[in-house]
Design a protein around this ligand. Sequence first.
Ligand code: ADP
Length: 525
Amino acid sequence: MMKADKKNKILVVDDMAINLELIKNVFALGENFSLVTVSDGKSAIRKAKTNYFDLILLDIMMPEMDGYEVCKILKSYPTTKNIPIIFLTALNSPKDIKKAFQYGAVDYISKPFSVEELTARVNLHISLKRTTEELIEAKRNAEAAAEAKAIFLANMSHELRTPMNGIIGMVDILKRTELTEAQHEYLNIIESSGENLLTIINDILDLSKIEAGHMELESITFSLRDELRRVMNIMQIIANQKKLPIILNIDNDVPAYVKGDPVRLKQIIINLVNNAIKFTEKGNITVSVENQDTKDGKVRLLFKINDTGIGISPEGQKKLFQSFSQVDKSTTRKYGGTGLGLMISRNLTQMMGGDIGVESVEGVGSTFWFYVFLELSDEESYKKQHQEGEGADIDKTPVHVKLKILLAEDNKINQKVAVLNLNNLGHQVDIANNGKEAVEKFENSGYDLIFMDVQMPGMDGIEACKKIRELEKKSGGVKKIPIIAMTANTSKDEKKKYKEAGMDDYVSKPFKQKELITLFKKYTV
Ligand code: ADP
């Protein structure tokens, strides 16, 4: 029930006319109140259901229906359950008082009452109700704003990734043509700028996922040493520009195989090592891993990333691990960065049951540490997983078979990137501009493989894939055509959706030629 005017509306329920008169007189003094009086329980319920009230003053002892019963009924209706009820009664034994509160009253006033007490309690409960309503409203608005922000960020990141597919894809193609040395260098700059931009876009996407509570972790078996060595090899290439050696120390009792999310674990390490390189001019960077505890099938691993860089002041350290926070503004100007890396890392470590922190001395260096819990696993599970194709390392040499490929993609630039890449690999490509066209083309000619964009106008990739699988079933054929989703969204939920629709795999945009080669090896040889 909406409030109609600014006055505080009170419903007074009492079977004695003299009591009603008395209360009316009390509140008639102030202009803030508007009173409605009734003399029995049934009328009280009817009135409360059809009018707005800020508060109800309710007598307990009444013929037919007593105050407790009225209170119980009012508390069970959605529109009346939040109206505060104060009992007004001569029954004032501790048992009666307890009963009143059990039925949902907010307060209790004994008759005969004092005018001051009555007005003070009524004012108090009305103001409490107002404050509660305002808080609920504010919470609702804040939640709606957070949700809108998360959706906006997710959409924006998607929109930003689509043109990046054009830029990175075209650079990849252009680099394979005949170029002068200078042109090659310019392209390298475009490529690394594009990749930096993509990292920022991915960070924003991660942040929006974290804030909306949509971040999910994978659970797969991996070799910790292999993954760490791979990461350090890549990081060393960056550190070489500053002649900084990266030293990796893994304690002997760190298990060989663990189960968890290797991509997200590496993301934390890459963030921290990247920062270490960024803020260090000379000396070295050490990455160490130690086994802190092994219990109940889980291992607690402590990672330390130590640098001999500029260090962070005690005040600066307090600001770390929050979104968009950098130690000071000059850092942004001098070193760049969005200030999202540490915040994302903190959330990821916490999702893995751990935490992150720093010890640092200005001018001497910093040690960022984090610990996480990972499940213990073994070589057998690792091998089994590889046989199933998860994360399998496929030889990346080109496939020398000319394939007939159907490409379903609505974006003209992305069509061009994919066609050039596929032609470059010696394959023939037909284009479908949407899902419907893809289904028609599939029906009318034979293809070796389909690349299917997920978001397309009209019939989307998911629906088109389902249709194709249906047609295959109807025709009784045993051979299913490999369908690969091309997408910017590779969340666990989305991947599940692709699989359920009958897709075999996915390639995330922007993709590079070598990723396509990997897919051909997997699905066509
Ligand atoms: P950014 O993208 O800005 O690097 P981060 O969240 O990764 O975002 O880091 C936030 C800030 O913390 C940096 O801008 C820098 O001021 C400080 N910082 C992080 N790592 C180091 C480090 N190893 N040495 C000195 N300062 C650091």
